[in-house]
Design a protein around this ligand. Sequence first.
Ligand code: NAD
Length: 464
Amino acid sequence: MDSLWDYPDFDAHELVHFVTDRNSGLRAIIAVHSRHLGPAAGGTRFWHYAETGEAVADALRLLRGMSFKNAMAGLPMGGGKAVILADDARTKTPEMLAAYGKAIDGLGGAYVTAEDVGITVADLVEVAKQTGFVSGLPAGEGEVGGDPGPHTSYGVFLGVKAAVRHKLGKDSLAGLHIAIQGAGSVAGGLARRAAAEGARISLADIDRARAEALADETGATVVDPSDIMTLEADVLSPNALGAILTEQSIAALEVPIVAGGANNQLATPADGQRIHDRSILYAPDYVINAGGIINVAMEYLKSGDPDTVRHAVEQIPVRLEQIWAESDRTGRNPADVADAMAQKLIGRMDGPTNEVATTTVPNLNAAISSVQRAADSLDRLTSDIRQDPQWKNGEYTSTPPGLRGALQLLYIMSSAPLVQHRDAPSRDSADAVINRFLDARMKNTDANDFLYAFDASRDSSVAC
Ligand code: NAD
């Protein structure tokens, strides 16, 4: 196998974590692309891969899209993704999910998981028994949570309408012909909404029965999966597979618009330019399909109710308009425009990077400055005790109150603000959480031991 850094999809990913649990048979890869905007969020895929290298490539490839998706959706979350490597029989046990939950927990909040292909809400309930870093859990009435699919399909529907407005100058889908690839969760929601607005729908799914059931419900026409990409229509909406827009398939398109929810639709970056050269309006996939992750993130952050989620999903057309306006102004294709906007948002201004020169140096600088910051912080941490007269140069007979200040600083330095915001969203609840922590630690922490532990860590080498 190639080294990780040589994979074509490697893009200065911050962390790639390989998990093996012998007892349950779990094998998984948890990968984090960027935490520039917050903890890395993205679903777990449960899939059978012919070889491990394919699983690594899949995790890396899906990841950059997640960073871009979360950034463009305006979420305070970075991009993460995980794959569980299924065996031939696709065995999935509670023990395996428990081991997976422990592995996520061990990352301390660097990665927050949710559903992806092969992982259900019920699976996540198992995972959540081991870790709080999980979202997409069942929601009660009036709460945010549950299956992200309906939110994704609502965003895709709004994105299709925005594309129709931009390209065809029409405010309604009435009388338009929409060709939909797939008849699953996202495609189904789109088909129902488009049909309700009076659109004529053609759809295809390799699962013929699924396609026919959706067609019965929406009055759509079922076509052969091999014909859907070449149908003459107003919109092609891919909602099944990735990498379907290739040099050959783009040349055969008979539509003015491609707008759908499938991830990674462009087989290569060059295909974004090819589709643009044919004057076909393209809705960048990670922008139009962000509805689900918006719901997942808001559930995790406990930062709203279903109305807040709906309002956030309704910003998707606004973002698409910004991309298309910039594309019209500059002549750059929408996929490139979206990538550049997303790169800027995640602090990687120089475009896609897997060259050493543009990735190693900033990481090294960041490491050096974090070591300096750590040394300064150690002085601040210990000074609350040393400057406390009741510390008596270490000869105290009762706990010096300065220890409380030191513990409070330690709590703040080692905390993950977003996670804490989730657990204690108001000032009063935050005070209560911190006071509980301090009361407990004051009972079992010795001030001199505290000083000794922190002074000793000054000599530890980050290179070890
Ligand atoms: P799903 O599994 O419910 O539906 C996918 C459907 O595509 C299935 O019915 C499958 O039979 C069909 N399909 C597979 N290969 C096909 C082919 N060659 N031709 C026609 N149909 C084919 O999945 P979903 O949740 O609806 O997701 C659809 C796409 O949207 C996927 O690419 C997914 O990654 C992406 N997406 C989904 C969400 C979400 O919240 N569900 C979020 C973002 C992106």
